[in-house]
Design a binder for this molecule. Structure first.
Ligand SMILES: [Zn+2]
Length: 79
């Protein structure tokens, strides 16, 4: 599924969805894996991963940056 830059979605829509994987907890083939790439300000291109099991409710998500950077801390102020 390829998209041109003009039709970029506003929300992170999974680019890849793999359904029917075996859940590591309930061992049913009800695990859905999702994977998407998103450009996040100050972080650059990031990969977002998630897995959800519709049978037992297991959920896990993670995020990784595409490029390696020096360790850093980013603060947000409310004004
Ligand atoms: Zn499960």
């Amino acid at each position: 599924m390829k998209k041109s830059p003009e039709e970029k979605p506003k929300k992170a829509v999974p680019e890849e969805v793999i359904a029917g994987e075996v859940c590591p907890f309930c061992h049913e083939k009800t695990l859905v894996l999702m994977d998407t790439k998103k450009d996040i300000p100050y972080f650059g291109t990031c990969f977002l991963f998630a897995m959800d099991c519709s049978n037992c409710g297991y959920h896990k998500s993670d995020i990784e940056t595409e490029s390696e950077q020096e360790p850093s801390k980013i603060y947000y102020r409310d004004r």
